[in-house]
Ligand binder design. Structure first.
Ligand SMILES: *Cc1c(COP(=O)(O)O)cnc(C)c1O
Length: 416
């Protein structure tokens, strides 16, 4: 059983009335009475509700979270299912998520990798050696792909907005929010994901004047592209989208902010390929893993992210691959303020200057070096091949062997 989030809305709990209605026929068939059956779904945090995660944890042979950090958090949340067992010893491990690289690495970058990585490299994406030749790619070639992808992204957004404008689907405000003023050279930051409130999509607006100074510096302009949807029942998440929409219209930002509508895999693919920086600023420790940053990194974007979920592992494996922002761990309002400060400081003093540090050919040599590190180190670590191999060797194969042992001698062990 894999737990995917510490957020309460991600763990279904059903009332005893509901359980009676749908399961009272069922427990006699298991040889259980009502009390024994309901006890399988008991968890202290859920009152007399039937907690599906508690049920799954109790009935599974192996359990895991989806990053090392999320493993710790999951043990802390559920160790009381094993009375007397302290959190660190709870039988819950972790397998960190990964992404399907052949789907998410842009076609132009795949063509470049085909020329420099060993033949058949995509058969062994989990192997770091396969990726080591990323360092042999000439700076100008990688930069050409990155710049083209950035330009393609901006053209795509413009054409998408133009088409909908011309068919009368949009009003002028929506056109402005669609990003018509974005340009092809500036440092481009992407933020796209579900608008769950813990992901704090509007954190970067904490000090709007300071953000405006970062975005509209004429020597070193920066632009921000947002995308994402809220769950239909999540009004808090919808309010965040509203805020970003009206922020994008604020003249202080001079059109350097866009909200791209209809976030889906197609738009996501273009965003990961085209942006220079991938931003993530969740309220730690609520980002169980996060995967969009993995996709962006494999496309040579540098992550600027709160240290939570997968990024703790990625950044500590190689700090050249982006910027790790230590979360404040203060309560809500104060925590947001402090985390926003850390984010501004990273952008002002490190991220933006590095992007605009150019040689005589207008190449940001250091930036490109970091970009190669991101592809080379994070590509194998966060490929779905690595993930599947981990699941097989650590969980599925042992479970299989265990099952076979139990089944020996006409299920004798299981019956005992
Ligand atoms: C990767 C992806 C996500 C998940 O992103 P997270 O960082 O894990 O929140 C959501 N939607 C789309 C379209 C994606 O491609």
């Amino acid at each position: 059983f894999t737990s995917h989030t510490p957020v309460p809305a991600g763990h279904d709990v059903f009332s005893p009335q509901m359980m009676d209605r749908y399961f009272s026929f069922y427990w006699p068939r298991l040889g259980l009475d009502r009390e024994q059956f309901l006890a399988l779904g008991h968890h202290d945090g859920s009152g007399d509700g039937f907690n599906m995660t508690a049920l799954s944890m109790r009935l599974s042979g192996y359990r895991n979270g989806v990053s090392v950090r999320h493993g710790e958090i999951t043990r802390a949340m559920w160790h009381d299912l094993w009375p007397g067992v302290e959190a660190p010893l709870a039988p819950i491990t972790s397998i960190t998520n990964g992404v399907h690289m052949p789907t998410w690495i842009s076609a132009p970058l795949q063509q470049l990798l085909n020329r420099y990585l060993p033949e058949g490299w995509w058969e062994n994406l989990q192997d770091p050696d396969v990726w080591s030749n990323v360092q042999q790619i000439p700076d100008e070639e990688l930069w050409a792909v990155k710049s083209q992808n950035r330009q393609d992204l901006l053209e795509y957004l413009r054409e998408y907005t133009r088409n909908r404008w011309s068919t009368g689907e949009l009003d002028t405000k929506q056109v402005v929010a669609g990003g018509p003023f974005l340009e092809r050279r500036p440092l481009t930051i992407g933020f796209a994901r579900r608008f769950a409130t813990y992901k704090r999509a509007t954190l970067i607006f904490n000090d709007a004047d300071r953000l405006a100074r970062i975005l509209t510096n004429p020597e070193r302009p920066v632009q921000l592209i947002f995308a994402g949807k809220a769950h239909p029942a999540d009004d808090g998440g919808k309010r965040l989208i509203q805020e970003i929409f009206w922020r994008s219209l604020d003249p202080r930002f001079q059109g350097h902010i866009a909200f791209a509508e209809d976030y889906d895999m197609l738009l996501a693919e273009r965003l990961y390929a085209g942006v220079d920086v991938w931003l993530n600023n969740p309220r730690a420790p609520l980002e169980a893993s996060g995967t969009s940053g993995m996709k962006a990194a494999a496309n040579g974007a540098l992550n600027v992210s709160i240290l939570d979920g997968w990024w703790i592992e990625g950044w500590h494996a190689n700090e050249e691959t982006g910027w790790g922002i230590h979360p404040s761990n203060l309560p809500d309002g104060a925590g947001d303020q402090t985390d926003a400060e850390s984010l501004y400081r990273a952008l002002e003093t490190e991220v933006v200057p590095l992007f605009y540090e150019r040689d005589e050919h207008d190449l940001p040599r250091q930036w490109i070096a970091h970009s190669k590190e991101a592809i080379r180190t994070l590509g194998p670590m966060f490929s779905s091949q690595r993930m599947v191999i981990d699941y097989i060797t650590e969980l599925y194969a042992p479970a299989c062997e265990g099952g076979l042992r139990w089944a020996e001698s006409t299920l004798g062990a299981a019956k005992r």
